[in-house]
Design a protein around this ligand. Sequence first.
Ligand SMILES: Nc1ncnc2c1ncn2[C@@H]1O[C@H](COP(=O)(O)OP(=O)(O)OP(=O)(O)O)[C@@H](O)[C@H]1O
Length: 328
Amino acid sequence: MTPAIQVQDLTKKFNDLVAVNHISFEIEQGEIFGLLGPNGAGKTTTLSMLSTMQKPTQGTAIVQGKDVEKNEDDVRKAIGIVFQDQSLDEELTAMENMDFHGRLYRIPPDVRAQRTDELLRLVELYDRKHDIVKTFSGGMRRRLEIARGLLHHPSVLFLDEPTLGLDPQTRNHLWQYIASLSKEKHITIILTTHYMEEADRLCDRIAIIDHGTIIALDTPQNLKNGIGGDIITITTSDPATVVQILTKPWIHRVEQHHDKIRINLENAEQHISEIISLLNQHSIPIHSVSIHKPTLEDVFLSFTGKTIREQEIDGKEMMRMHRKMMRH
Ligand SMILES: Nc1ncnc2c1ncn2[C@@H]1O[C@H](COP(=O)(O)OP(=O)(O)OP(=O)(O)O)[C@@H](O)[C@H]1O
């Protein structure tokens, strides 16, 4: 089967800034594919190029067999888009918002009405279809946007930070809808997120993106398996000494991150008491100790040397993030 999306060497520059830097990947039909990365990594810009909203500086992107630059209209017919900017009309009802979108896509009135009912049921907004959007919660609006994005029966759905700013319960709820679209309707979904858990729970495969480059691409499980073993995290006021003395052959890797030491090893439970005694022998103060299986955060850290949440962001970037949050 032809892949739903084929990206080759895709690049976007804004003057001197390389927002997306020669990325290549393929997405299978019906797959949920996540672009995971910190703020400013280039996720939205990638989606914008795939959805024909921005022209690539270099490289190609093929969506359902159509080139995003040469066959813009065909690509637009094949895709549904739910981007970060809220674009619902607050003064209209859920049904009116759907109807307006259906008219834009020239869907005949009877088909429009039938699909609207079906989709509003799917996202559990059918009972609220005559209510104006102004009265909807953030999660309801997001669900309505997804329903609207599906009205013209796209085979590929782009979701840019679908759960940004939503509470954990609503986020969970939305994940179920997104998963059902892929499993039951066989819609290919490409989403961006900087929530590790979202990528882990929802995506069949993940491309971890940083500074416009894909630094890792695989299933969440394989990415975590790539780290191997367990992680012991120790917080201490003397991390430099801990790094020096933890030189046992059964330790794969020791990384210092501020006052935290992350130790990668097999069978952490068996070795933890030995590590603690060793630190006690050297009178190293221990503030906290925890053991966990590798997470995507550990994957990101091992590739970039920094945590996904601790990016250095300047004031301008802070303002940009704040504006995005305020839109939801
Ligand atoms: N229209 C633009 N003009 C100039 N620079 C831009 C433009 N759009 C994005 N950028 C810059 O390109 C880089 C990538 O931005 P992008 O929005 O794609 O990142 P992101 O990974 O989606 O981040 P976020 O999670 O904050 O949405 C950032 O440095 C951003 O400031």
